[in-house]
Write a protein that binds this ligand. Sequence first.
Ligand SMILES: C[S@@+](CC[C@H](N)C(=O)[O-])C[C@H]1O[C@@H](n2cnc3c(N)ncnc32)[C@H](O)[C@@H]1O
Length: 354
Amino acid sequence: MSAPSHIPVLLQETIQALAVVPGGRYIDATIGGGGHAAAILEHSSPGSQLLGIDADPAALEVARLRLPRYGDSIRFINDNFANLEAVCLKYDFFPVHGILFDLGVSSLQLSDRGRGFSFQQDGPLDMRFSPDQEITAADIVNTFPEAELARLIRRYGDEGRSHRIAHQIVQQRPIKTTLELAGIIERAVGRPRGRIHPATKTFQALRIAVNHELDNLEAALRQTVNLLGFDGRLVVISYHSLEDRIVKRFMQEEARGCICPPETPTCVCGHSAHLRLVNRRVIIPSPEEVSSNPRSRSARLRAAERLFSQQEIGESAPKLFFLARMAASQIEQESDSVEEEAKKCEKQGSARVF
Ligand SMILES: C[S@@+](CC[C@H](N)C(=O)[O-])C[C@H]1O[C@@H](n2cnc3c(N)ncnc32)[C@H](O)[C@@H]1O
């Protein structure tokens, strides 16, 4: 059986931004259909390893079908990337040469009507990446008070007509399917003018809320700094301004050295830069890519490289120990305790920082 396809976005730009090297260790935090993962493995063989994470077990299955030829070089993990450190500790997968996030929803998920991501075909109002999540889009649509619904649609969808849409939703409840909801939105705000369907922004808002997408992204980005080795690269592809703003702010803050107020005569903060921006400007797809894959049109790629201060190099062993201690509260350990793992890291000391 051949796996359905998802065309990876900004593929060459991603490989270049990750500065993929043979024998490297990489994390694809959103492996999806496995397109980026396959290219990373192609460019980093022989001897490379890739940890492929996805919250969606169905997406992981597709990636498994697509990538059998990489055998033991690739490990598939069904988890949320908000648990990145814990996953890497569990599989002893750090430090790494590169981490990729290709955010949002894949074409495979969009085209599966049963997942409820698309307003173009009928399906249940679900929108969860993982079946383990409790709250679905239907729960939000059918239970949130009108004002809260309007706020959510405004905030996560940047929808100016959020009050009108929320009012109509509340009037028409209960709403069960994607086409029912899309019809209600269309009646609330009028027929589509231009290319964008009137339900686009509300569907985006619901998906972000259902999956806590912005919180998970912020949590995951913070953890990348502890996992990247010398010159390790962080690459993030985002698809809307809310995500891109988080990525941009994170990279800029981590690229700053002293963060004392300008009037402070000498530095008292002790803050040092952990990242260097690889590109000053955001990378966007070429017109050719957009015309062959319209889904890529809103993609924004940002990349940064890990920097280590002299002090950090000296502290690498205690830092890993601290990392393991943090993880101890998160991971259900089997026989080997995380303490042992941490001691092993401590013994290896800065050899762990390649
Ligand atoms: C745009 S697709 C990735 C496509 C992939 N790069 C490829 O080439 O096929 C995004 C994937 O990220 C997954 N995802 C979204 N949020 C996630 C999260 N918080 N944790 C783990 N996976 C997540 C989705 O389930 C989806 O499969």
